[in-house]
Write a protein of this length. Structure first.
Length: 276
């Protein structure tokens, strides 16, 4: 049995589709929503990761686990998985562990990686860069008045399509040769916020007005989404504190999946409805 956490999220939903399409199984999806709907043949486990007794029940018979970090107390989740007999965990961490290791969000990811590596279970660690789906933060403003306000308008980052993280996770979960490996994952090219908005506008066949704002103004607007503990780190890794490691386009998606990494333009086309 293979358990997917974060099963209704950007990566988890795509991962379940990948696993079903590739004939992997049996599969179980963990969600807090008992009514959640998943592809045919996928079992639903209704559990909050804060509830370790419920997690233990969801882990019955599970040998492989896809774990999205940061949804609960990761150290306890990893320990519960080990005790339940899980053999292999594929963990979603973050590229910031290697690009910006010191601010709190990355330090937490780094700690989770170490806990997993010390757990005695087999592990594969995925360190994705900024997700294309972060553009959904602009969806309300685009729907309401076709405007976007963002800082660092012309800073291009190698944004990744979440389905490519899922594709690598599927390979790591179901094919040999990926245990004890850490993969930094990016998209196929760097793309700026201004270019992302242009791609969304093209997908909608409508104009969207883009306004570059200062870091201070962006901080005020992003604070409700990211909180005091993370907002400065988010602004650093999206333009305020760049380094070559963060900017580097990597070939890991294509190397492990055999298909080129998907572009932001593709993500925008697939998700245009969210901005209408
Ligand atoms: N966004 C980025 O740019 C970026 C970059 C690098 C790394 N990351 C990492 O990527 C991960 C996020 O992946 P994602 O975007 O696929 O996630 P997501 O879309 O935010 O979805 C996470 C899912 O987890 C479930 N969930 C939330 N709290 C839960 C809880 N207490 N117990 C059980 N389930 C819970 C929710 O499903 P239900 O409501 O169905 O329970 C939700 O759909 C995080 O670890 C993040 O740090 C993100």
């Amino acid at each position: 049995m293979l358990l997917v956490t974060g099963a209704t999220g950007n990566i988890g939903r795509a991962l379940l589709q990948e696993l079903v399409a590739s004939g992997a199984g049996p599969l179980r999806a963990l969600t807090r929503d008992a009514g959640g709907s998943f592809p045919a043949g996928v079992e639903t486990a209704a559990a909050d990761l804060a509830d370790l007794a419920a997690l233990r029940r969801a882990l019955t018979g599970v040998r492989s686990m896809f774990l999205v970090s940061g949804l609960g107390a990761d150290a306890e989740i990893i320990d519960t998985a080990r005790r339940a007999g899980v053999e292999h965990v594929v963990l979603v961490s973050s590229i910031t562990v290697q690009t910006h290791p010191h601010p709190p969000p990355a330090a937490e990811k780094s700690a989770v990686e170490k806990e997993l590596q010390a757990s005695g279970m087999d592990w594969t660690i995925l360190r994705p860069t900024q997700f294309a789906s972060n553009a959904l933060l602009w969806a309300e403003a685009i729907r309401a008045d076709r405007t976007v306000r963002a800082a660092y308008a012309d800073v291009g980052l190698p944004t990744i399509h979440p389905a490519d993280i899922a594709a690598v996770a599927r390979v790591a979960l179901t094919e040999p040769g990926h245990r004890g490996r850490t993969y930094a994952l990016t998209g196929p090219e760097r793309i700026t916020p201004r270019e992302q908005v242009a791609a969304i506008a093209a997908a909608l066949h409508r104009d969207i007005e883009f306004t570059e704002i200062s870091r201070a103004a962006a901080r005020v607007e992003l604070l409700p989404f990211f909180g005091e503990a993370s907002v400065d780190a988010v602004l650093d890794v999206t333009g305020g504190d760049l380094n070559p490691e963060l900017l580097r386009v990597r070939d890991a998606v294509a190397r492990h999946t055999g298909s080129p990494a998907r572009t932001f333009h593709r993500w925008a086309q697939e998700n245009a409805a969210a901005f209408r």
